[in-house]
Design a binder for this molecule. Structure first.
Ligand code: FAD
Length: 282
């Protein structure tokens, strides 16, 4: 059985101290030899300067690829073009292309209202310079008008030039396998254009439950109940969470998942522990 590739997601820190800490987190996780690190971007430009700063710092720090996230909702093509040119100057070759969600109070979808429009625009602007990842939803995007419509949208993103997609996090392996089968049936070769499993380590109960509710990710009842029962017992949450996520990943590996993208939450230990326990390192 071949080992899946793996990568980590960071979000830009809010303070100088957080920025420094993120650099040392990078150093630790980089020792595991991931395929790349991605860095999130606040739609509407809310983290623009912080994302650019950390992308620049990480690009200069090592040879591991850095993949900035880019959102399009509310932006003009000229703003996107400026970012693409900037990233080229840093030697960036990989992007995660997203629609994003408008910050509350901001109106207007902009010139590129959906992620598929962004993928088309990046290809039009930069040809094959960038490897493009998009988002996918094994449990359906919460605003999609139907599951089938959402799968059509994902197929459109692949056909517009996305090289791969990274899933929203999930704890039910069957939802991932179902989506993969659906893509194959729609003619997407998921070896050539992989469905990368987005993996969220469980380290905290209230944040995870809140986040899952907001992005439409299902927390199975047996997980939700136990997390609630553990209350403030962080060690119990950590050990239970490790067990749940490890089992999920083992099942995905047995099913031939090509790659895993860890939503690192800018932490070393939970991610390092999973990667090592799963034997993903070289
Ligand atoms: C791996 C990953 C990374 C992420 N990183 C970030 C980040 O860095 N910053 C950030 O702000 N957010 C991020 N997000 C969240 C993401 O931006 C939101 O989930 C957002 O709501 C949808 O983005 P998308 O790229 O999936 O949009 P799209 O693929 O455009 O889909 C959005 C919705 O629109 C629907 N849709 C598509 N086309 C049409 C149409 N023509 N008419 C009507 N409806 C349509 C789709 O079915 C879906 O419901 C990330 C999500 C994932 C899974």
């Amino acid at each position: 059985m071949s080992k899946p590739a793996f990568s980590f997601e960071f979000f830009p820190a809010k303070t100088e101290q957080g920025h420094e800490k993120l650099l040392s987190t990078y150093d630790e996780l980089n020792k595991l030899s991931p395929a790349y690190f991605s860095v999130t971007y606040g739609a509407g430009g809310s983290t623009r300067s912080r994302t650019l700063d950390i992308v620049q710092a990480l690009s200069a720090r090592g040879t591991t690829e850095i993949a900035p996230h880019m959102s399009c909702i509310g932006d003009d093509k000229s703003e996107i073009a400026e970012l693409l040119e900037y990233y080229k100057t840093l030697g960036i070759r990989r992007l995660v292309a997203l629609r994003g969600d408008l910050p509350s109070g901001q109106v207007g979808m902009g010139e590129l209202p959906f992620a598929v429009d962004l993928v088309k625009y990046i290809r039009e602007h930069s040809g094959d310079h960038f490897h493009i990842e998009v988002a996918s939803y094994p449990e359906m995007h919460p605003q999609a008008r139907s599951f089938e419509f959402d799968i059509d949208n994902l197929v459109n993103k692949y056909q517009a030039g996305a090289n791969a997609s990274i899933t929203q996090f999930f704890y039910n392996a069957d939802s991932y396998l179902y989506l993969r089968d659906k893509l194959e049936k729609r003619g997407i070769d998921t070896v050539a254009q992989p469905l990368v499993a987005g993996i969220m380590p469980i380290t905290n109960s209230s944040n995870l439950l809140r986040f899952a509710d907001s992005c439409g990710a299902d927390i199975p009842r047996y997980v939700r109940k136990q997390l609630t029962d553990f209350g403030d017992d962080r060690k119990a949450i950590r050990e239970f969470g490790f067990d749940v996520v490890c089992r999920l990943c083992e099942r995905l590996i047995a099913e031939g998942v090509p790659a895993m993208h860890f939503y690192s939450m800018n932490k070393v230990e939970p991610n390092k522990r999973l990667v090592e326990a799963l034997g993903l390192t070289a």
